[in-house]
Design a protein around this ligand. Structure first.
Ligand code: PLP
Ligand code: SF4
Length: 344
């Protein structure tokens, strides 16, 4: 049977057969910089390479490439208050906590996640004050860390404070909890989410084996409560960089009432080069899925530009200029090329 504790040390990884004893020294060195955590739920499926690779540290993480950055998507460059990033006019992201239920080896915030506990009250007050003073902010995106690692009581209190800001219409949670720690989706948590403004939950999920029976039950509890569910996936070499794997994942999500929203190109976080594909590989995967999969299964493939310029859809591109003015060459899902001319 699965044990109820999380795996947080190199010694535990070795004792549980998740890492070889000879890797101990290198992994201890990795653990000095990047925390380790696997929940019992993910440990139970860690026999699959696509799961183990996401959570079990590897010596490759000690390799930092020149292009890799401490703040890969410029969270800090657009931060008007601690824990808050205000890049786009109508929405902010608020890192409500730096704690997660698991520590993903490719995390783009790996330099900041892993410290204990929620955002300090003084910082939270300053962040909410910024939101209150900016009527153009329509949506607050709670992230971290993992905002659903907070207690239902804290979540309810935070939502009540956000609800008191009249121009905020939507609160979005970005979380791995329903999948990696489904037991945390309790009646108390569900009750906390049944509030105005509208709560959306975006579940981070990368591999079909993450969709365990318990995860499916947790997602059902959320959707039964009327919480719209979306998913975000990070494209990861050796985890999900094959069309069959992405197909099984996206079908599995839609079948559980979760709409794939973004497929993220892997960000330039330090020590994550072994996970990164090229953009061309990502485009080829998305092109392979178009037509083969129901349209509602397909997310938008996006690159979050280093430095903080934001997210950009990066294809694949189905349009090329034709010979004549106003003429386009359009590629269909089977690779056939067609001419299309704009009227007029
Ligand atoms: C990703 C991100 C968002 C959300 O972007 P959407 O395209 O609306 O999902 C908002 N603000 C920041 C700073 C982000 O990095
Ligand atoms: S759960 Fe999210 S924030 Fe936490 S380590 Fe994984 S990717 Fe990073």
């Amino acid at each position: 049977m699965t044990q109820s504790h999380a795996t947080t040390t190199v010694a535990q990884l070795i004792a549980e057969g998740l890492a070889p004893p000879e890797a101990q020294a290198a992994l201890e060195q990795v653990a000095e910089t990047f925390r380790i955590r696997l929940t019992p739920q993910m440990r139970a499926v860690a026999g699959a390479e696509g799961i183990a690779r996401q959570f079990v540290p590897g010596a490759e993480e000690l390799v930092v490439r020149p292009e890799e950055l401490a703040d890969p998507i410029g969270d800090h460059a657009f931060s008007p208050a601690p824990g808050l990033t205000h890049r786009y006019p109508d929405r902010v992201i608020l890192a409500a906590t730096q704690t997660c239920e698991v520590y993903c080896r490719f995390c783009f915030r790996r330099e900041t996640v892993g410290s204990d506990g929620a955002l300090p009250e003084a910082d939270l007050a300053q962040a909410l004050d910024h939101v209150a003073r900016h009527p153009e902010i329509w949506e607050v995106i709670l992230t971290g860390g993992d905002p659903l690692s907070l207690s239902p009581r804290r979540i309810a209190a935070l939502l009540a404070r956000i609800a008191a800001i009249p121009h905020v219409q939507v609160v979005r949670f970005h979380t791995r909890v329903p999948v990696v720690a489904p037991e945390r989706i309790t009646p108390a948590l569900i009750e906390a989410l049944e509030v105005r403004p509208a709560v959306y939950v975006v579940v981070h999920c990368n591999h079909p084996d993450e969709l365990t029976e318990a995860a499916g039950d947790a997602l059902r509890r959320l959707s039964r409560a009327g919480v719209p569910l979306l998913a975000q996936t990070v494209l990861l070499r050796g985890v999900n960089d094959r069309a069959e794997v992405l197909e099984a994942l996206f079908r599995g999500l839609i079948a559980r009432r979760v709409k794939p929203y973004y497929l993220h190109h892997c960000d330039l976080a330090k020590g994550t080069g072994h996970f990164r594909t090229t953009l061309a590989e990502g485009q080829a995967l998305m092109a392979a899925l178009r037509g083969r999969l129901s349209g509602i299964c397909l997310p938008t493939y996006v690159l979050d530009l280093p430095g903080g310029a934001g997210k950009v859809p990066v294809g694949p591109n189905y349009l090329a200029p034709g010979d004549a003015a106003g003429e386009h060459l359009v590629t269909d899902w089977q690779g056939g090329v067609h001419r299309y001319r704009d009227p007029g």
